[in-house]
Design a protein around this ligand. Structure first.
Ligand SMILES: C[S@@+](CC[C@H](N)C(=O)[O-])C[C@H]1O[C@@H](n2cnc3c(N)ncnc32)[C@H](O)[C@@H]1O
Length: 357
């Protein structure tokens, strides 16, 4: 029997995937949810890394009289970007550059096919599949993060980005962030209507924050502006001991989040509420961790952060800021209560810790 890695190579080398449909379905049915997760994450990573290799190869040969032999060129990535896909080294070493393009297209089709299968297969253990994927993804993001630290300042170095590599997981959750409201929502808030996947934190941000935070057992986690619920689903599956509460203005996002948390067996520890955070009577509940990625108005930011200052002055808490929430937080926070932020990915997200009393 082939390993899941040998199967990836085997399917990547098939000329016509649609001709292998029956074989593929049999193969997925025979795989455990854990092996399917390894298959899916390695495959998703391959889609990104093959594109990266193509770009690097093009840049390397640009303005050179003779293009380098691809099999020779690719070896320089073995200890870096290709370190986690050792099983692909021999295949890549013997490939021509046009075969890399074919493999990438094939990997994309294969990824779509596996997602379709997992979405539609009745009785499939999707929670186990997704939680295994999240653990594997967390290792990939840590690997990417360490690679970035190691190569910082290296001249002529282009980074690989895994920011959107695993977004196909949304399809398995059935997060539909391209849906927009039929009736016009009138509010001063910026609710990111029509911004698609950009309204959500990347899996990379959520999983790295979780890895570096080391949240104590049974902690409470509050997402202020929870959108379609991605943060809650990741926390809920990775850390079922945590009580997660997400507050969101747009009601169809809340409805979708609630449905998904039920579908993935999380209704007892992952909760979503329809709430306008700008209202004066909204009091932020006490928790140990707060997540802030809002495109809120200045007034709403001030209202929220003033309350977080009060909570942070009483007890140690952590605030995760994403994007420009950091600047808003730094403007309104009372510095004496907070340590300097721990900064990730050039400030894309930060962890602020309060000292408490
Ligand atoms: C950028 S999204 C972040 C979603 C989620 N926290 C994540 O990181 O994936 C911010 C969310 O805040 C919501 N929002 C904006 N103003 C709000 C308000 N006054 N009250 C509640 N939610 C609000 C928006 O509708 C949007 O869904």
């Amino acid at each position: 029997m082939r390993s899941y890695q040998q199967s990836i190579i085997y399917f990547l080398q098939q000329k016509d995937l649609s001709a292998c449909e029956a074989e593929l379905i049999l193969f997925w049915k025979s795989m455990s949810a854990q092996d399917a997760a390894k298959f899916f994450t390695d495959l998703s990573f391959l889609v990104t890394v093959l594109r990266f290799l193509q770009e690097q190869y093009w840049l390397y040969n640009n303005e050179k009289p003779e293009p380098a032999q691809f099999g020779h060129f690719v070896k320089r990535f073995y200890k870096k970007e290709l370190k986690t896909v050792l099983f692909m080294h021999a295949t890549l070493e013997s490939a021509q550059v046009r075969q890399v393009e074919e493999m990438r297209k094939q990997a994309t089709l294969l990824q779509k096919a596996v997602v379709q299968f997992l979405k539609n297969e009745p009785g499939y253990d999707r929670p186990l599949f997704v939680s295994t994927c999240l653990k594997l993804m967390s290792d990939f993001f840590e690997f990417e993060y360490q690679l970035k630290i190691k190569n910082e300042g290296l001249s002529g170095y282009t980074e690989i980005s895994l920011e959107r590599t695993f977004d196909a997981l949304d399809e398995i959750f059935q997060i539909k962030c391209d849906i927009t409201c039929n009736s016009k929502i009138t509010t001063e808030e910026r609710i990111f209507e029509g911004s698609g996947v950009g309204v959500q934190s990347s899996y990379s941000t959520i999983l790295l924050a979780l890895r570096y935070l080391k949240i104590p057992q049974k902690a409470r986690f509050v997402d202020l502006g929870s959108g379609y619920g991605r943060v809650g689903f990741v926390i809920g599956l990775m850390r079922p001991d945590i009580q997660f509460h997400g507050y969101e203005f747009v009601d169809y996002r809340v409805d979708m989040s609630k449905k998904i948390s039920e579908d993935f067996n999380m209704p007892d520890h992952v909760h979503f509420y329809h709430q306008d955070l700008s209202l004066n009577n909204f009091l932020i509940p006490e928790a140990e961790v707060y997540y802030l990625f809002g495109p809120f108005t200045d007034a709403t930011y001030a209202h929220i952060i003033e309350q977080l200052n009060v909570i942070g002055a009483k007890k140690p808490i952590v605030i995760i800021t994403k994007g420009n929430a950091r600047e808003h937080f730094m403007t309104v926070m009372q510095r004496k209560h907070w340590s300097a932020p721990q900064v990730f990915h050039q400030g894309n997200f930060c962890l602020f810790r309060s000292h408490g009393r």
